[in-house]
Design a protein around this ligand. Structure first.
Ligand code: CA
Length: 264
């Protein structure tokens, strides 16, 4: 469940998935429901018309926008949640987007966050400056909403492959991140939310061994209270739900788990 820790009155004024500036996001301890599992995109933009267009576009694409109108508001949000990607305007009323980006890249916990700069400036110099400071991509206003979605998808695929929207396949198992349907051959698999996220993680990173700690970090981000044996519990459930294909989630003794379609 996602909820903003402000007054009830304020909370009721907005749809629950629109959380602005100084509101605080908290995630369900048990791994969240479908809503909290959506890709979260922090939009740092001070122009109301552009903010409205961008948030509309992101929602239509199935993502969850989190809005901040200033650099200060954006930092406030980052202290409480980790978005999957940041859309960052260049000209902000307080600190410039480029300065914000530089601070982000100097920050140990947040330096890896994917950032797409969103700006009216089209000069080549600025573009180079933005990419120099560590922007992953650059979209120049005015932009088409189609292009924006395509750019975001491209960055997500590159930086956070398990959050992209393309089909994931391994052996006879196919997972559609958009419809959340998982099939094994002709059969549709019924997975719980946590098992779905676990499988999405494994299918995004086939043939790679991960420790329980690494899996916790990726599948249960920002939930340090969850213990490593939780991974074992959900791997068992996932294997059971996968039936004959459960062998694909292989235990690597002394290390952790990996996804493979090679039988031992
Ligand atoms: Ca601006």
């Amino acid at each position: 469940m996602i909820f903003a820790t402000r007054t009830m009155r304020k909370r009721q004024e907005r749809p629950p998935d629109e959380v602005c500036g100084y509101d605080v996001l908290m995630w369900d301890r048990n791994g969240g429901n479908m809503a909290s599992d959506r890709v979260k995109i922090l939009v740092v933009e001070d122009e109301p018309a552009i903010m409205a267009l961008v948030t509309f576009t992101l929602k239509a694409a199935g993502w969850q926008p989190v809005m901040a109108e200033t650099s200060a508001a954006a930092w406030h949000v980052l202290e409480r949640m980790t978005p999957d990607l940041i859309l960052l305007d260049w000209m902000l009323p307080d600190e410039s987007g480029i300065r914000f980006l530089a601070r982000l890249r100097e920050n140990r916990e947040r330096k890896h966050l994917p950032v797409i700069m969103l700006t009216a400036r089209s000069e080549e110099d600025d573009r180079v400056r933005g990419l120099d400071k560590g922007a992953d991509d650059y979209v120049t206003k005015p932009f088409s909403t189609k292009e924006l979605v395509a750019r975001i998808n491209a960055v997500l695929r590159r930086k956070v492959p398990d959050r992209a929207k393309s089909l994931l396949k391994l052996g006879s198992v196919t997972l559609d991140p958009e419809t959340r349907q998982v099939t094994a051959g002709e059969a549709v698999l019924e997975l719980g939310n946590v098992e779905f996220r676990l499988l999405r993680f494994f299918l995004s990173n086939p043939e790679r061994v991960f420790s329980r700690y690494q899996i916790l970090d990726r599948v249960w981000p920002n939930q340090p209270e969850i213990e490593e044996r939780t991974v074992d519990v959900h791997v068992l459930r996932l294997r059971k739900a996968m039936g004959d294909d459960g062998y694909m989630i292989r235990t690597v003794r002394g290390v952790g788990y990996m996804a493979t379609d090679r039988r031992e």
